[in-house]
Design a protein. Sequence first.
Length: 292
Amino acid sequence: MHTLFKLLLLLPVALVADVKVAVSYPYIASITKEIGGDEVETIVLAKGSWDPHFVVPRPSLIAKVRAADAIIINGGQLEIGWLPPLIKRAGNAKTVSGASTYLDLSKYIEFLERPNRLDRADGDIHPQGNPHFHLDPKNVLKLSEVIKDFLINIDIQNKIEYEKNHQNFTKKLKEKMQEWDAKMADKKGLKVIQFHNNLAYFNHAYHLINIATIEPLPGIPPSSKHTIRLIKLIHEQKPYAILHDVYHSKKTAEFISSKTAIPIIEMPHDVEAKDGIVDIFTLFDYLTDAMR
Ligand SMILES: [Zn+2]
């Protein structure tokens, strides 16, 4: 056989990954790629620069869910407004809750801000507690183990590969965690304000104290009454900065900053939320740099 023809026959086999895993957010893709290596292809549904609560369920996303062999979601109701209808319309048995190929990461995490009551008086979009748990590196460590076990369960053939990748990932992550801890050491005890409490777990990890949010409740837009209260609070408590996400308007934060002289620091919540943030490592590199 002609050499070139032989090569063409071999190529598709070498390039096609064993398992196609749909994931809701880029941070999940990053961890899954680290563990899955060449054996796994990740299909990301939401962009890192979007509000994770409010993704538009476009038809192209339905096709992505339909093509998947498995799905990994954040859970904790973060995707409640957009992912269940996509999964329903995709009609793919492998991506239905309860399937062995469906993984809900929130099941393995201890939540912060879990409400004591079941009404929605604390806001509409965090009814089970704060779902932004990937912004504590310790949780990333836990999630990498959960994803490793999940991949082994659905693709036992590549068990050794997944275990080896997981070992390498955790080694690197633990080293980086020491570096981030060192960078954040002198920030311990500082007070901060946020627009939305995306950074609850980051603040918990590095001992920052969130004293207020610009939105009065999770998912509720700023009001002038609340903004005036915030300005008073800032004068009294002198927080370090307003930590702001990339996707809400900074108009109210800029107004508050102009009245109080506290700075606004942009703190991306996910991988790919800003240029240069290409994986879970560069996300925490960015966040810990931004705080300096
Ligand atoms: Zn939220």
